[in-house]
Write a protein that binds this ligand. Sequence first.
Ligand SMILES: C[S@@+](CC[C@H](N)C(=O)[O-])C[C@H]1O[C@@H](n2cnc3c(N)ncnc32)[C@H](O)[C@@H]1O
Length: 234
Amino acid sequence: MDSAPDTRISTSDSLAYWNTIPATVDGMLGGYPQISRVDLKGSANFLAKLRREYPSSSSSSSVAPNRTLLKRGLDCGAGIGRVTAGFLSTVCETIDVVEPVERFASEVKGAKMAGSGQVGNVYVSGLEKWVPEQQYDLIWNQWCLGHLKDRELVEYLRRCKKAVTMDGWIVIKENMSTNRDGEDVFDETDSNVTRTNEKFQRLFKEADVRCLKTELQRGFPKGLYPVRLYALRP
Ligand SMILES: C[S@@+](CC[C@H](N)C(=O)[O-])C[C@H]1O[C@@H](n2cnc3c(N)ncnc32)[C@H](O)[C@@H]1O
């Protein structure tokens, strides 16, 4: 019998769980709303370093290439748009959103920055079945990929590969398993798998994406899972 942790993931169970959760930052962050600020800052720093280390080949403007706004970003498993509002809206002209819970997606549509015209298409869908229709300079995936089985994650990354612009990035920011046996951990509360760094690296190889930079988020309270960022390109 196949007992790999990801085989226990059930989309209907995770959606049932998220449908009980309030559409608030507290709800998105599992009762740790205080980490949002340091999280968003860590994400902004990571992207800034990436753009300095890999400057865009197409930028001809007099503005420092790493400061120009990216044309189109994508917030995946966006929830109520915490990342869109607090970070992506500062680095992208337009942000599309993918989120399977209608109640959360409606929050993004109704959010303040939506009035600024920065929020583009809002797709109410799980990532396992979502097919990109646009090209993106930045595809941001945070705290949602544990709801995809390993095979679904590989297929999803293959689709992202085709949807990223030449100088674009796929970024993943997820909890890391600290299991002593070096295994992924299934959590039945939200039907989610927390993967090891080794597992992520293996799935990147299978999807044929290159990991050009990775680092751990700093400054989170002790007792939480370590959180790692990965910058990927085709
Ligand atoms: C921990 S919240 C994170 C939300 C947001 N990324 C953030 O950092 O604030 C997890 C989100 O993943 C969404 N989710 C659940 N299953 C999903 C799936 N199959 N595909 C994409 N997102 C999913 C949930 O509805 C929820 O909005």
